[in-house]
Structures are given as C-alpha cells and as structure tokens.
Design a protein around this ligand. Structure first.
Ligand SMILES: Cc1ncc(COP(=O)(O)O)c(C=O)c1O
Length: 443
C-alpha cells in the first residue's frame, strides 16, 4: 500500500476461500448481527480478515490495512512475530491443551509474571482479562469477608456482571449507585457494585468511608481507557484503601506490559494489593492472571477447598501451554533494553504528526494518549475525568474514524488504539496520509 492508495482504492485479488460477500451472507445466518462481539461496523468499511502480518491485516479481498486495533491491545509485537510463532510451533505438536496438573510452560510463565508484576508473589491463571478481574474481586471478598466492590465510572473490567455498571452511561451516575450497561443483569447486583468518579479522590474517599464496613476493594484501571491519572491520584487511592482496610485492585489488563514491563505499577510507582492481567501476558493467546501477595493469594490455594474462606479459581484453559509459550516468547522480546523507550518515542512522534494534520485542517480534535495508547477525539482539552469524556463530540470522532478505515487503517470507531513495536515509518507516513484524506472528507 502506498500513501496514495487507500484500502478502497486497492485492486481486489481474492485471497479467501470464499468471497467477501459470501462470508458476510454466511455470517449473517449464524452470528447475531454478522459480528463477533460488541461492534457493528458500517457496511462500507467492514471486512473479513484473512491474515495478519506484522503491523498489517489482509482481508479476503486481498486489501491490506494498517492495524491499530492490535487484537484489542494484546499484540504489542504485531501479528505473527517470528519468535512468538516459533515458540507456538514448537509447542503445538506436544499437545494443545491439558488440565488438572501442571505443565512446563505454565510454570515458566508464572515465574516470569511474578518477577514482572510488582505486587505479585504468586499468580493464579485465568483465560481472559474478564476472568482476571472477576477472580480478583472474588479473592478480595474472600480475604476481607466484605461483599461490595467500588469501581470507577467509565472504567471497563470485562464482560461479567460485576464490571458492567456505568462503563459508558449517557449521563453521570448518582454516586455510589451505578447504571447497568446491559440488559440481563441481576437487579440485586447493584447493591454489591458501587460506582465513583475516576480522578476525584474526595468523592471516592467519602464513598469508602460511608461503605467501609462491607467494602472489599476498589478496582481501577490505572489509565482509564485513554484518561491518565492526575498526579497523586493512584497514590491517593492507595492511601484511602490503607486508611479504611480496603484492598486496592489494579486492572492491568491493558496497562500490564503495555506502559512498562512492570505495567502501571512500575510506570506510576504505586503498588496495589491485587492486579489483573490478560492480553499481552499471553502474547495474544488465551492467558490472563491475578497476582498478589502470598497472604492474599493463599485464599485460592486449592488445599483450602471446603473451608469457608477458600476462593475457588478454576478453568478448563487455565495455564494453557500454547498461550503460555506465546506469553514467554513475547515477554522475552519486551525485556530487550530500550524496548519501551523506543515504542513510546515512536508513538509520541505519530501522535504529534496526527495533531499537525488536525490543526492544519482546523478541526477541533486532539490526538491524545501517552505511551503507546492513543486516540483522536473531538474535544478541546485532554480529558481528566469521565465527565470530560462524555462532553466530547462522539459523532464527529466516529465519523473521522470511519474515514480512517476508508483510507486503509484498521481502527474501531470511537475506540482507543495502540501502536505496536512493528509499526514502520512507512505505516506512519500512510497513517498521516490517511488522516489527511479523512479530514478533507470531513470538512
Ligand atoms: C481494562 C480491561 N479490563 C478487562 C478487560 C477484559 O479482558 P478480556 O476481553 O480479555 O476478557 C479488558 C478488555 O478489553 C480491558 O480493557
């Protein structure tokens, strides 16, 4: 793809087993909304992935896209990174999956995770990030004997019922009462999940002090979506938790191995009691984990099964050897000296180049983010709270993103995106050209 070409301009040479249309017709018969999850893309930009290579995806029509979705942030090394592929290829012939007892790769990755995650003396495996936050909450409740969890408005902790309160409410919540984001939630759950504002220590302190008798933990995304913590915010949460005997859980599903090798804990210098991981920890494979101190993680020691304080953790795919092999190979790359400095520096350059384009077109939009997390949003200042974020012009934000998709980028409309270590200078030039074309179309 050259800067002048867009995904739509590219001549189609089918590479799929079926045509684009046949795949969509089949998908419409067997998948709700012909989709894989929560996204329903407009017909003129949706595509069926044939393969991924480095920073790019190819669809079944043979068109290439520069990928900033990165497997929802799991693919910090892009697609099919050679050492990750080699590790998986070595593992696959030995068996895809085991259960009930240890396997070599699961032990070796657990050691790397404990070494990497500042708050972890032990980890318990999960399959996904959602499970990792679900179990962190369960362990916190088992450890403290309390039943409630406080989360932040706008914070996402996965697909389970304890997460789906006030993740994307249309209006601010009546703290500490959250708003369910989905149908199908048990009504009784609203009593167990409290909601407070991100980056507002005063309100969080008041909620904690009022609820401390039955509050097990605060769970927080250290970087909430693309909103970074104010100076002292995470330290303040740590202190509020300590003052009130409440546990602090960092949801590091995105920030873990993304902001730094030691995740947000290293990047911001704050240690929670428990941390949930997913995504990069398994190099794109089915691996997540909860990490914490020996004392807290003892709650899920299976020898305690049957005791009232035992927190049950179990899953068919936990410690899956293929995912663990991919995780081990990925983490080895991330330990290369200078890896994060280079990634962050390149991402900052890309953001700055995008901001220049937006300014040149006089569009009231900002390229926001830090590290390798970024997004273009129509707003006049970097958001510091969910209240700021819902002021943003989401319709224009989405329109621009759809324009980017039409011009050869894979982004999800209105969603934060990721730079990977394998995005090239040519990708960045093409991205700036795509943004320029999308801005022109918007005007
Ligand atoms: C911060 C955060 N926590 C939890 C999850 C859930 O992870 P998964 O989709 O692997 O279940 C996500 C997913 O994007 C996330 O961004």
């Amino acid at each position: 793809m050259s800067p002048a070409e867009t995904a739509i301009d590219q001549a189609d040479t089918s590479v799929g087993a079926m045509s684009h249309e046949d795949y969509y017709n089949l998908a419409a018969q067997v998948l709700p909304g012909a989709g894989l999850g929560g996204y329903s893309l407009p017909e003129d930009v949706r595509f069926v992935i044939h393969r991924g290579e480095g920073s790019r995806l190819q669809d079944v029509r043979g068109r290439w896209y520069i990928d900033y979705v990165g497997g929802a942030g799991a693919l910090i090394l892009g697609h099919a990174f050679p050492s990750v592929v080699a590790a998986v290829q070595e593992e696959v012939p030995k068996g895809l999956h085991f259960f009930g007892t240890l396997n070599e790769k699961a032990i070796l990755l657990a050691k790397e995770l404990v070494d990497a995650i500042p708050c972890a003396e032990k980890i318990a495996y999960t399959t996904t990030g959602s499970e990792a936050t679900f179990y962190a909450m369960r362990i916190a409740r088992a450890y403290t004997g309390c039943s409630k969890i406080l989360k932040c408005e706008g914070g996402y902790h996965g697909n389970h019922d304890y997460s789906n309160f006030s993740v994307s409410p249309g209006a601010l919540s009546n703290y500490p009462v959250g708003r369910p984001d989905t149908a199908g939630m048990p009504s009784s759950l609203a009593e167990s999940v409290l909601v407070g504002p991100y980056n507002d220590l005063e309100t969080i302190r008041k909620i904690v002090e009022a609820e401390r008798a039955d509050l097990a933990a605060i769970i927080v995304e250290p970087v909430q979506r693309v909103i970074f913590p104010r100076d002292g915010y995470l330290e303040g949460l740590r202190k509020i938790c300590d003052d009130n005997d409440v546990l602090l859980i960092f949801d590091e599903v995105v920030t873990g191995f993304r902001l730094a090798y030691g995740g947000a804990q290293e990047y911001f210098g704050v240690k929670p009691d428990l941390a949930s991981y997913g995504k990069i920890a398994g190099g794109g494979g089915p691996v997540g984990c909860v990490g914490g101190s020996d004392r807290i993680m003892e709650q899920c020691n299976p020898v305690n099964r049957g005791k009232p304080t035992y927190a049950y953790i179990n899953g068919t795919l936990h410690g899956n050897p293929i995912g663990c092999a991919a995780g081990l190979a990925t983490l080895a790359e991330l330990r290369t000296p200078g890896f994060y400095d280079r990634l962050h520096g390149r991402s900052a350059d890309l953001q700055a180049a995008c901001q220049k384009v937006l300014d040149r077109h006089n569009l009231p939009a900002l390229a926001i983010g830090r590290g390798s997390l970024w997004q273009i949003v129509f707003m006049d200042k970097e958001p510091e709270s969910f209240a700021d974020f819902i002021q943003c012009d989401m319709a224009s934000t989405r329109d621009l993103d759809i324009g980017l998709m039409k011009n050869g980028l894979y982004v999800l409309p209105g969603v934060r995106r990721f730079v990977s270590a394998v995005h090239t200078d040519e990708d960045f030039d093409n991205t700036v050209a795509a943004l320029d074309a999308a801005c022109r179309a918007m005007r």
